[in-house]
Design a protein around this ligand. Structure first.
Ligand code: GLV
Length: 334
């Protein structure tokens, strides 16, 4: 019997995924809550055939250069893959996969939940009651928020997740504006979404929600100049990647009232510093990058990552190959 291929996993996966993986490969798992240090990854890639990793691992050129010729693939348990130097992997014939689709609805649920929480100040209300500050039985002006029903939502990035958010917005009778580098005619036809430039979207939306990948052209896409275009009553929701928003500029915008509030699931640095001034603001609702975090979805993501890895190591084209050009460098079955 040929020797089983070796897969290194950078964190324990849900049980079903782990069982499936272990039924096929020799598996080693990094035993720690924190990501493995770079030195460990550099050493491991010299002898393993595949790596299953999370978005917290920076798989840069140095790690990829250290890989032996047997090293065949990186299977990321996430849809975003800005932590991986995909160009370096492609040059070396290393397949890179992600987990799109399975987390779309869960992430959109969360983005919309955050939007509603921010608009109606749910996190503040919770603290208000629990801290014993609720004294007046019912206050006509107590913790007043913004309406959602029938308002305008501006979706930055109308891909899978943006479209799923738009479907929820349609249910709330919202006017849907969107901006993307490519038009989404399906969303226009089916959801009545209107394609506008980013400036128009920012000026006209009551809610701006971000659903773009992090790339060199989306880094600090929402900067001081653009925040200044938004309505004073607007809410900004970010469940994509933290560096898409310039946090320093956002702090000024929230502190000085250029915009009304923000809901942030993602941060320029994760975990964000407990002293991040944004965390001191009542008009910020914060969470620790959990938008895709339902029990069922995280299991599906892990299983998908295992299936991608299995296809790679069986010499097939994996279902969610990110770097299709790699097929020329290392054709399947080689
Ligand atoms: C989570 O942020 C993901 O990219 O899947």
């Amino acid at each position: 019997m040929p020797e089983r291929k070796k897969v290194y996993v950078t964190r324990e996966l849900p049980e079903d995924a782990m069982k499936l993986l272990k039924s096929k490969f020799n598996v080693e798992v990094w035993q720690g809550e924190m990501p493995p240090p770079k030195s460990v990854l550099k050493e491991k890639v010299q002898e393993i055939d595949g790596l299953i990793c999370l978005l917290t691992e920076r798989i840069d050129r140095e790690i990829i250069d250290a890989a032996g010729t047997q090293f065949h693939g990186i299977s990321q348990v996430a849809v975003g893959f800005d932590n991986i130097d995909v160009d370096a992997a492609t040059e070396k014939g290393i397949y890179v996969t992600n987990t799109p689709g399975v987390l779309t609805e869960t992430t959109a649920d969360y983005a919309f939940a955050l939007l509603m929480a921010v608009a109606r100040r749910i996190a503040e209300a919770d603290k208000y009651v629990k801290s014993g500050r609720w004294k007046v039985p019912w206050g006509l002006t107590m913790l007043l928020g913004q309406d959602i029903w029938g308002k305008t939502i501006g979706i930055v990035g109308m891909g899978r997740i943006g479209s799923a958010v738009a479907r929820r917005a349609k249910g709330m009778n919202m006017k849907i504006l969107y901006y993307d580098v490519i038009r989404n005619e399906k969303a226009e036809k089916e959801l009545g979404a209107e394609y506008v430039d980013l400036e128009t979207l920012l000026k006209e939306s009551d809610f701006v929600t971000i659903h773009v990948p992090l790339t060199s052209s989306t880094r600090h896409l929402i900067n001081e100049e653009r925040l200044r275009l938004m309505k004073k009553t607007a809410c900004l929701i970010n469940t994509s990647r933290g560096p898409v928003v310039d946090e320093k500029a956002l702090y000024k915008a929230l502190k000085e009232g250029w915009i009304w509030a923000a809901g942030l699931d993602v941060w320029e640095k994760e975990p964000t510093d407990p002293n991040n001034p944004l965390l001191k603001l009542d008009n910020v609702t914060a969470s620790p990058h959990i938008a895709s975090g339902s029990i069922a979805t995280r299991t599906r993501m892990a299983i998908m990552a295992v299936e991608n890895m299995t296809a790679i190591l069986e010499g097939k084209v994996p279902p969610n190959l990110v770097n299709k050009e790699v097929l020329k460098v290392r054709p399947p079955s080689s």
